[in-house]
Design a protein around this ligand. Structure first.
Ligand SMILES: [Zn+2]
Length: 126
């Protein structure tokens, strides 16, 4: 079992978690353990025109191509886009949802940690 201050006990001895904070930490740990594969990025549906001049996408009224399921994510500060089939999106949706949940849990853990170190009495020495 984890100690109230986290897995590597002792290092944060002056930091005391309240009972509520300790419960929150346990819940975050439990939820993190349940998360499976996580896909970063976002998926948007796009329609568009192709390069052919005599195509229905340039008719009046136009019949645009698509919808395309466009998955974008950042790789080394560059946006990478890939198209997903309908079947891929259906299969991957839970992985995108997992990633969103993971990011929310990381934020919760950061907030909890920030409020936990507030109880450190050494702040008062400065
Ligand atoms: Zn076209």
């Amino acid at each position: 079992m984890a100690t109230p201050s986290g897995g590597s006990s002792g290092k944060l001895r002056p930091v005391r978690l309240t009972a509520r904070q300790a419960r929150a930490l346990e819940r975050i740990h439990a939820e993190l353990q349940e998360i499976g594969l996580c896909l970063p990025g976002s998926v948007v549906l796009r329609t568009g025109r192709c390069g052919k001049t005599a195509c229905s996408c340039r008719a009046d009224p136009p019949r645009l191509h698509g919808p395309f399921r466009s998955w974008t994510r950042k790789v080394a500060n560059k946006t990478v886009t890939r198209l997903l089939s309908e079947e891929q999106l259906a299969d991957y949706q839970v992985l995108f949802d997992n990633h969103r949940r993971l990011k929310a849990l990381v934020r919760e853990l950061e907030e909890l940690s920030l409020s936990a170190v507030e109880s450190d009495p050494r702040w008062r020495r400065h």
